[in-house]
Design a protein around this ligand. Sequence first.
Ligand code: FBP
Length: 551
Amino acid sequence: MDISALQKERAKYQPKLPKSLRGGIPKLVEGNKTQSIADHQEIEKLFPGTSGMPLVTFEESTNSGSEKPVNVGVILSGGQAPGGHNVISGIFDGIKKINPESRLYGFLGGPGGLVDHKYVELTAEIIDEYRNTGGFDIIGSGRTKLEEEKQFDKGLEIAKALELNALVIIGGDDSNTNACVLAEYYKQKNSGMQVIGCPKTIDGDLKNEMIETSFGFDTATKVYGELIGNIQRDANSAKKYWHFIKLMGRSASHIGLECALKTQPNITLISEEVAENKQTLDSIVDYMADIIAKRAANGEEFGVALIPEGLIEFIPEMKVLISELNDLLAEGTETEREFKMLKKSHQREWVALQLSKDSAELFESLPAGIASQLTLDRDPHGNVQVSLIETEKLLGEMLKVKLDEMKSEGKFKGKFNTQYHFFGYEGRCAAPSNFDADYCYSLGYTASMLVSDGKTGYMASVRNLTASAENWIAGGVPVTMMMNMEKRHGHMKPVIQKALVDLNGAPYKYFITKRGEWALGTNYIYPGPIQYFGPAEVCDQPTETLKLEKA
Ligand code: FBP
């Protein structure tokens, strides 16, 4: 395969491991027993075999690898995140250290590969080709949900055929919730099959006391930070455009907040704050128009605004509308069939007739493009696909109307020209930063040690991430510890609690002390591209979010 010069050099990079994993096979030390964050009676009832287990950490040991071989199957689940290949190479090196006869199989195309028995054996030759590279292309990913017993049984069939000891599922909150259900099912069946999770998502919303960050967030936000910086420099050079940049993050605004901390743009919307203050679409537009008018009054008819992808679902009136649309257009329903039979030109009118009065009014007031994006197919979880909704254009269009109004009242003098961007896919498969390369490799290596110690229903955890890698703490957290009961599609379900931006947390608190200054001034930071070689102050820094959270 032809590769770039950077990739050739990068292939030689040896990811750093915590000290505890560097010597022989580390010693597992059990800590305190755990309890779910809420609803522990229900969680205990649903997970009798995998709840209440202790936290575990690994300690350095000189034990040589004389353990039994372990065979592991690995699955990549959900959206791509930089570093996935390093998790897999960490697992590979870990199980080979345990015993060189150990084998690693990759299920193809996500969780569906387990059910459909599509897999490949990951040999040293394959692994070496993918070390320190971005993407999930080594085995591919998918969004099939593992939640039915017949899927679990199909998984067990192939696990028996391949003599697997364990499955490692690399995914976000939903995939790890399903991993835990699978672990419990296999335990109840006395199948001997273990299941271990790994925390992945660029969205950064799988985090808690024991999981400081999900992998991929660091690299993705560094890529977006570079791009935003470049646009800011362009905006400040030409001084003629307002750039509206939508940033990925299905629900939480962690990506937007981290990028704001990195680049200091003029406006950053935080969805969680919008929901907390019950802000309407109009009040968001008023807030933005005020900044645009003030900058214009200072002779600055340009700026940069960051808009989180998930915003639309956090605006109370839009949330009600979207939830009505989700019910109306849920896959397999009579109403969905009726909707799909209609001519495109009749769909909007038909939808409005099915909605409550307020939602119908709102739906009818939206620009045609946005209204039609809101009725596109739902994702496998029944949610609207926010990455397909052009919220940045919706706000831009509404601002044009508002600013014209202000102009006629003499409250705005100047020009308002827009450029729109959406950054998401650009960052999800980037070559992992040193942080993600090290973190992912350590997570994979830790997962292999959890497997060798017979653990199931655990998520690999590597903590103390603002310290140098040698002082990171590797171990495992029972997945049930992160769970609570939530309503999903009308039923109470055990799920890992999603971590939204904490409005009492240090990153957000710091941001609100600064945003006024950033709005009217032009205090842009231009972070530049990720550096893979050079001084640690440039190459090995974690995110601003982590630094502020751990300060
Ligand atoms: P995960 O939660 O599975 O990691 O994916 C997150 C994400 O990248 C979101 O930021 C985005 O909304 C979504 O995936 C896009 O999904 P798709 O890749 O299916 O277009």
